[in-house]
Design a binder for this molecule. Structure first.
Ligand SMILES: Cc1cc2nc3c(=O)[nH]c(=O)nc-3n(C[C@H](O)[C@H](O)[C@H](O)COP(=O)(O)OP(=O)(O)OC[C@H]3O[C@@H](n4cnc5c(N)ncnc54)[C@H](O)[C@@H]3O)c2cc1C
Length: 429
């Protein structure tokens, strides 16, 4: 298999632009294609957990990122059943890691910032309004067929990265399934101008309640906050938008005035691609795995995919390693999603939406006990770094995989759910 430097990245979301930027910095010749005319800027991820801040630092992006939004420390969980509030602060681990803070700003702002840096590097380009429709691959190269405003064209490269989101065309074209399930509920993301900070909220808040659950987080320094909550999947988008004010009243102080910037709904999934690599084609970000966003595991995992892929692919391109490192990438990122990100996100969702009063009280007790024990709390705050990949080692199949298999309990390699009524499928319908 030839190891040329030409890379096509499909998708200018956070996973795609970060991978493209990191590879270009290592000497790859990178073309990003995206079917949209610009970076998608609908309300999406806004929280940069400590592992993401560390990844941005590794890529030399953290200092600029810090200028784009507030750095914060505090997290609160409101237990609606009792009215109690649990609190924790990342400051508690400032002696353990330099990344003891959270950054807040929209993911589209990150994508734009990274794109500007990417395009300033040699041998880089981005093609907007360019929709991937077909891939052909042989031992020498990969050929992408794209629809553009000027008609259908072909692009050739040595490697192609599918960072084209949860409904990935790349994933379908390489024949990978997207195993798991779609949750029955619909999530709303509403961005509003209202200073929750003046009304008992900290920058990151979770409200635990079976009906009026919410995640409320500061988006930036302009007074914009995100309220994410659950909506009825039977309603039309028009009906959901018409109810935004009525729903927001559950979390706003009485009589509060606010300005709605924008709102949209989305369905959430727990799914993983059956393989993250087929030959010259690799998957990253939501194209590889999808999860509900409570706890921020999806965006956060996608950033770690980018970091690992930059490392592995650039070492192949620069002939420091053979393409076994790409198999490692595919194995390690899939393992971390299935063993860490996916069950964590399912558990976050359960705790936020739990309806059984006994379990709600138990969750509250566990949370308050954790925050009362400094050692356990410090461990919990550091646990986000488990999303990072282990370093490549050439004997990984005989050592790390074996060790992982020994540790696995039944069910860890499939996308697990919390209810037998969830319908497992091999693609998003
Ligand atoms: C409404 C909403 C709210 C969210 N809120 C949160 C949150 O609060 N916290 C959190 O952690 N996560 C959240 N997420 C999830 C988070 O946005 C994703 O994990 C993240 O966007 C994944 O980044 P990505 O780069 O993998 O893919 P994406 O950001 O989806 O980017 C994919 C890109 O590929 C392009 N593309 C797709 N198909 C093609 C094709 N055939 N040819 C060319 N280009 C193509 C698209 O135009 C897009 O630009 C939210 C998601 C949504 C939809």
């Amino acid at each position: 298999m030839s190891k040329g430097k030409r890379v096509i990245v499909v998708g200018a979301g956070p996973a795609g632009v970060l991978t493209a930027y990191g590879l270009a910095k290592q000497g790859a010749h990178v073309t990003i294609i995206d079917r949209e005319a610009d970076v998608v800027s609908s309300p999406r991820a806004t929280i940069y957990l400590p592992s993401t801040c560390k990844a941005l630092d590794t890529l030399g992006l953290l200092e600029e990122a810090k200028t784009l939004g507030p750095s914060t420390y505090d997290y609160q969980c409101f237990f609606a059943l009792t009215g109690n509030v649990g609190r924790m602060s990342h400051k508690l681990v400032e002696d353990l890691t330099p990344y003891h803070f959270i950054l807040h700003f929209g993911q589209h702002i990150l994508a734009k910032m990274v794109l500007a840096r990417f395009l300033a590097l040699p041998n880089t380009q981005i093609c907007w309004s360019t929709n991937l429709v077909e891939i052909a691959e042989n031992d020498e190269k990969v050929v992408a067929v794209v629809d553009t405003p000027n008609g259908q064209q072909t692009l050739e490269a040595d490697w192609l990265i599918g960072a084209d989101g949860a409904r990935s065309t790349v994933r379908k074209l390489i024949g990978a399934s997207f195993d798991g399930f779609t949750w029955p509920d619909t999530f709303m993301a509403a961005n509003i101008y209202f200073d929750f900070g003046l009304h008992g909220y900290v920058p990151s808040n979770m409200i635990s309640d079976p009906v009026n659950w919410a995640v409320i987080a500061q988006i930036d320094n302009t007074g914009l906050w995100r309220v994410a909550y659950g909506e009825d999947s039977e309603l039309s988008e028009e009906q959901r938008l018409a109810r935004v004010d009525q729903r927001l009243r559950h979390w706003l102080p009485e009589g509060a005035e606010y300005t709605l910037e924008r709102a949209n709904s989305y369905r959430v999934h727990q799914r993983s691609a059956s393989s993250y690599r087929v030959g010259r084609v690799l998957l990253a970000g939501d194209a590889a795995h999808a999860t509900n966003p409570i706890g921020g595991m999806g965006f956060t995992s996608g950033i770690q995919d980018a970091l690992t892929l930059i490392d592995c692919l650039s070492s192949v391109i620069n002939e420091h390693a053979n393409d076994d490192t790409l198999d490692w990438y595919a194995y390690e990122r899939r393992r971390i999603f299935l063993e860490v990100a996916n069950p964590t996100a399912i558990e976050f969702k359960r705790r936020t939406q739990e309806s059984d009063p006994e379990r709600r009280l138990e969750d509250e007790r566990n949370f308050l006990e954790m925050t009362a024990n400094e050692d356990i709390l410090r461990q919990a705050l550091m646990s986000v770094f488990i999303l990072e990949s282990r370093p490549y080692q050439s004997d990984w199949r005989d050592t790390l995989v074996k060790q992982d298999l020994d540790q696995q309990t039944n069910g860890k390699t499939v996308v697990g759910g919390t209810s037998s009524t969830l319908r497992r499928t091999t693609e998003i319908e």
